[in-house]
Ligand binder design. Structure first.
Ligand code: ZN
Ligand code: ZN
Length: 792
């Protein structure tokens, strides 16, 4: 191991509260062995920044007095003798009947916070409903509850895979039921009459991993929980206490109380102070070096994040450092594992210690992986984010994160897998070649000092609200009081549904027919429309997934490569009449991006700001998109291979957008100064779409943009950024609220890039409908300077 000079430490503001904590003794930063190994070799470049996060001491408290001895004994049998302070705080709020959200770091033992009151209630004869975004997590929780072997705690999971006999058993016997929002929506709520015994005794609803409920899916889940509240109230014995009590568990999110309220419609206590101990962590930000490869318009490409990750993984495993690498796709995870094994020397001992992890493993397979990692049979694991949930792998010496994982919550969740008591560890974020990652590794204050984001979801979206109101009316007649549960947007939507005949007004309230909502129940919650396009494996007829109608042309056109949960499929045929895309599993080594022509029309302005001579607006728009073809790109570098034309009809989207314009006078001055206005607006549009996910918790693919020197909708130079689903998802609105910070970051991302004329790290976009033409990097900077000069 070589010694290296410590990296210069930038002057940065104080760490956010969730990282600062209570200092404990730990090794000096310079002794961080893991980091030294990574810095050993100049070939891979060096980190742009290293942040040393100090250790934190734990705070232990005794068991609350109300926990029955048998429960305390069962946990003691698993080596848990006392609680961390946050676990006890959450448990006591719930026990006292107060809704609570517990929002602390990865591996802080949040589950104990809800298990104590929940198991106590079950022993007293009540029931508990546990809701998780994935079946895998439910299976893990079920195994963990059963391992406590508490007599009287009849736990069962209820999901799409349960047999008829298992379902019948769960209905009549389960006291602790584990399910997903999808199953609530599709089965438990429509069939609530058969569950009246369970619902009438329901004391707690546990919403685990609730930071995962965002965007349109989050809005759907919010309404499922409101429907649940109504159904439980209907079955509750008269005169009892208000039930159920909601206990939400989340990774660290900004404003957890707001998150709880958006999801459940109820106020909740917040528990955010993490009482668990943590070892010291070095957090390195890595930008892969430039290569000689050239992309569009001759731009030099960087080494890919996956190639860089494979290198670092091999280096660490070669030195016997237990390492976990997070990669976005399964293909990427497999590529990383393979490349690391290759560079470790094929079948030699160290190479055999590297594996790839895929989603969908059974709980017992995952337990054996965990065991192999902890006893050293396995040294390196490359995984998709599937492992982020519900796997008990912590205390590693190193975590590699290939590309910004999308949210701060995920970032800390992944980085939090590193670090064991008293030992130093390292986490490395490896930037992909796009504006967002590049910006983040060059602005560590933004990455490491930023408060974790608030959850973005919009329960008021009428496109999401309407089908849930119909479903609710089919479950139990809707009354005026129910409007309070569904929020202020509900009444106008109910009136509209009544006018259009989907709801019937009678004396006792509004009704709808079960069969009229069957389509919505079947369609599920993971899309925006009530009739999505099904993606079906041609050979077997297996349903692979669904795609929202508005996105179908973009994602599952003929010849598209469709990625689903890290698996890759080739689309044989998109049949619009039958709303089905026929696919075959195939990984051809290229990806596809659709090219489209987009027009936008303003339907109504909702908010507006004046910045000097510029205007920033937010409002309703009609977007007309026509997919005209697609580009195939090399999967490893993203370099374009060829273009194919398609013949598809235009699609309309009624959504929301944020847009800015500059005045005719400013435009004249810029034109006179020789600024390429069309190319500048287009470049600014691309970069701003790339950066919005930082402010609005969305994916670059959830939003779209349009720009023009003189746009017909405004008569001005304009840049529009819109939500990619009917009714909007809240992203454009967040962009409007954060416009100054968002567009300032956009300007910095463009002007700070080393390239000459624009590259994938700044203004080029892989999803451009116009093959990244025209683009002007200096034009974008000049325009954004003009815009931001008057920003308030
Ligand atoms: Zn660039
Ligand atoms: Zn473009």
């Amino acid at each position: 191991m070589s010694t290296i000079a410590p990296l210069p430490r930038a002057r940065l503001p104080e760490l956010p509260a969730e990282l600062a904590g209570h200092p404990a003794a730990g090794p000096e930063p310079a002794e961080n062995r893991t980091l030294s190994i990574l810095l050993d070799d100049a070939r891979a470049g060096r980190p742009v920044h290293v942040e040393y996060i100090p250790a934190r001491a734990g705070r232990e408290v005794p068991w609350p007095h109300w926990v029955p001895a048998e429960i305390a004994d069962a946990f003691a049998g698993r080596g848990i003798g006392a609680l961390w302070s946050h676990q006890a705080a959450a448990a006591c709020h719930a026990q006292a009947g107060r809704n609570v959200i517990i929002s602390t770091g990865a591996a802080s033992g949040k589950s104990l916070g809800y298990l104590l009151p929940a198991l106590t209630a079950v022993l007293a004869g009540d029931t508990v409903l546990y809701v998780t975004p994935t079946k895998a997590l439910a299976a893990d929780q079920l195994a963990s509850i059963r391992s406590l072997a508490l007599p009287g705690v009849q736990a069962a999971s209820y999901d799409g895979d349960s047999s008829a006999a298992e379902r019948a058993w769960a209905r009549s016997h389960a006291r602790y039921l584990l399910t997903t929002p999808d199953m609530l929506h599709r089965s438990l709520l429509p069939g609530h009459a058969r569950w009246s015994g369970f619902f009438s005794r329901l004391r707690y609803v546990i919403i685990d991993e609730c930071h995962g409920y965002r965007g349109v899916f989050g809005s759907h889940v919010g309404h499922v929980l409101r429907r649940l509240r109504r159904v439980v109230a209907h079955h509750a014995p008269p005169g009892g206490p208000a039930r159920p009590v909601f206990v939400l568990a989340s990774a660290t999110v900004g404003a957890p109380g707001v998150c709880a309220r958006l999801l459940t419609g109820l106020d909740a206590e917040q528990v955010t102070e993490d009482g668990s101990p943590r070892g010291p962590l070095a957090f390195a930000l890595w930008e892969p070096p430039l290569t000689d490869a050239r992309g569009e318009a001759g731009a030099r490409l960087r080494r890919t994040a996956t190639a860089q990750t494979a290198d670092l993984l091999a280096k660490l495993v070669g030195q016997n450092v237990p390492t976990l690498a997070f990669i976005r796709s399964r293909r990427g995870a497999e590529t990383v594992a393979l490349a690391a094994r290759r560079s470790l020397g094929g079948r030699d001992a160290p190479a055999a210690k590297v594996a790839a992890y895929r989603s969908g493993y059974l709980p017992e397979d995952r337990r054996s992986l965990e065991a192999a990692l902890s006893d050293g049979r396995l040294m390196g694991l490359a995984t998709t984010t599937a492992l982020e949930l519900g796997v008990d792998i912590t205390g590693l010496d190193a975590v590699l994160i290939a590309g910004w994982p999308g949210t701060w919550a995920s970032l800390w969740q992944q980085a939090g897998r590193a670090g064991r008591d008293g030992r130093s560890s390292a986490a490395v974020l490896i930037a992909r070649d796009d504006p967002l990652d590049t910006y983040l590794v060059r602005h560590p204050e933004m990455l490491l000092r930023h408060p974790v984001e608030a959850t973005v979801l919009d329960p008021g979206n009428p496109y999401v609200l309407a089908p849930h109101l119909c479903a609710a009316a089919a479950e139990l007649a809707l009354t005026d009081q129910d409007m309070d549960i569904f929020g202020p947007a509900a009444r106008p939507v109910v009136d509209e549904l009544t006018r259009s005949g989907r709801l019937r007004r009678r004396q006792a309230g509004w009704y709808s027919m079960r069969r009229s909502v069957a389509g919505f129940a079947a369609a599920g919650l993971r899309g925006s429309g009530d009739a999505p396009v099904r993606v079906v494996e041609e050979e077997t007829g297996r349903l692979v997934g669904t795609v929202d109608e508005p996105s179908a042309h973009l994602l599952v056109h003929d010849g598209a490569i469709y990625l689903h949960q890290g698996e890759s499929y080739l689309v044989r045929r998109l049949d619009l009449a039958d709303r089905v895309a026929l696919v075959e599993p195939r990984d051809p080594g290229y990806t596809t991006t659709a090219r489209d022509l987009t027009e936008v029309e303003v339907r109504g302005e909702l908010q507006h700001m004046t910045w000097g001579e510029a205007e920033v607006r937010f409002g309703d728009v009609r977007v007309t998109r026509q997919v005209i073809g697609f580009t195939r790109r090399r999967a490893d570098t993203g370099a374009p291979l060829d273009d194919t034309l398609l013949d598809l009809p235009p699609r309309q989207l009624l959504t929301r957008a944020v847009w800015w314009t500059v005045s005719a006078a400013e435009r004249g001055r810029l034109a006179a100064a020789g600024v390429d206005l069309g190319g500048g607006a287009h470049a600014a549009e691309h970069a701003s779409i790339g950066l919005l996910p930082l402010f609005a918790t969305c994916d670059r693919w959830d939003i779209g943009g349009v720009s023009a020197d003189l746009h017909p909708a405004t008569g001005r130079l304009s840049v529009f950024v819109y939500d990619g689903c009917d009714g909007g998802a809240g992203f454009a609105e967040r962009g409007f609220q954060a416009a100054r910070d968002w567009l300032t970051a956009t300007r910095q991302a463009i002007s700070g890039c080393d390239c000459e004329a624009g590259c994938p790290s700044c203004v080029q976009s892989p999803k451009c409908g116009n093959a990244n033409h025209p683009l002007s990097k200096p034009g974008a900077v000049a325009l954004l300077d003009t815009l931001l000069a008057g920003a308030t």
